[in-house]
Design a protein around this ligand. Structure first.
Ligand code: BEZ
Ligand code: FE
Length: 291
């Protein structure tokens, strides 16, 4: 590149940066100027053509057009670019042996039913029964009685209840830990499912040879006064999708053994499963202090 060309490009960057110099909010100024610096570095790095610029604009327009109050394609884009997980990492700094956080996803619903300890969160969700148990403690090893646990998951067809049109509730609940910080409940064994891939993000994944599949998982959100709210999942050991999760949510520490139990093994609560096999998993959760 000639010096003249380089001067033109750099002087444009300086002009755009200067246009944000008198932004009254210093944080907004920092964010806008950093965004401009990185955006221009990207454009100059790949030497973006005008046709490619137009394609990018059309892509973002399609992302906006498909987004409504039930479908958030921008979050899906953030998820599939790893931006959601990077934001989670930045905002959930490693603290002692606190459990790692992962991506929230679009399928949490406020107002899920309360299920007593030992109850079944499956509701309308079909799948293999799975006994889930564990404890919630702080980083000093003290149990957290009454910790609130929200859990949600897809059924064995790969759909969350909110993806059906019939207003069903299943595969979600909240529970409150006992006096020892313990919890236990029935769920269904998680199975893999694709993120919604019938829109522009799905087209981007297809064009780049990436799969829309998420590794099998069960979502948790755990909260208690004075402790950092934890949004996470547990993943199924042995799942072949662990290394290719479409939203980069898998953390080694969150991969758990879901132990298969033949139908002749009696579950911990003596439940009659009518000859079905089942699975069990343990998840001990450690919450960091809130800052
Ligand atoms: C989920 O796990 O529910 C999810 C996360 C990110 C994008 C789509 C779905
Ligand atoms: Fe999910």
């Amino acid at each position: 590149m000639t010096d003249k060309q380089e001067d033109r490009e750099e002087s444009l960057v300086r002009m755009v940066l200067a246009s944000f110099e008198s932004t009254p909010d210093p944080r907004l100024r920092e964010i806008m100027q950093a965004a401009v610096r990185h955006l221009h570095a990207f454009l100059r790095d790949v030497r973006l053509t005008e046709a490619e610029w137009k394609q990018g604009i059309d892509f973002l327009t399609a992302v906006g057009n498909i987004t409504d109050d039930r479908r958030q394609e921008f979050i899906l884009l953030s998820d599939t670019l790893g931006a959601s997980m990077q934001t989670v990492a930045i905002n959930n700094e490693a603290y002692a042996d606190a459990t790692e956080a992962t991506v929230f996803g679009p399928f949490f619903v406020d107002g899920a039913p309360h299920v007593e300890l030992g109850g079944d969160i499956a509701g309308t969700a079909t799948g293999q029964p799975c006994w889930v148990e564990g404890t919630v403690s702080d980083t000093e090893g003290r149990p957290v009685p009454g910790a609130r646990i929200e859990v949600w998951e897809a059924d064995d067809e790969g759909f969350y209840d909110v993806q059906y049109d019939d207003k069903r509730t299943g595969g979600r609940a909240y529970l409150l830990c006992d006096d020892d910080g313990g919890f236990r409940f029935w769920a269904v064994t998680p199975t893999p499912y694709p993120i919604p891939d019938d829109g522009p993000v799905g087209a981007m994944l297809a064009a780049t040879g990436r799969s829309p599949m998420r590794a099998s998982h069960l979502h948790f959100m755990v909260s208690a006064p004075g402790l950092r709210t934890l949004v996470t999942h547990i993943f199924v050991q042995g799942d072949e999708l662990l290394d290719s999760d479409s939203v980069f949510g898998v953390k080694e520490s969150l991969v758990k053994e879901f132990v298969e139990q033949p139908s002749d093994v009696t579950p911990p609560d003596g439940r009659d499963l009518h000859g079905r096999s089942w699975a069990r998993v343990r998840f001990d959760i450690v919450l960091a202090p809130s800052t």
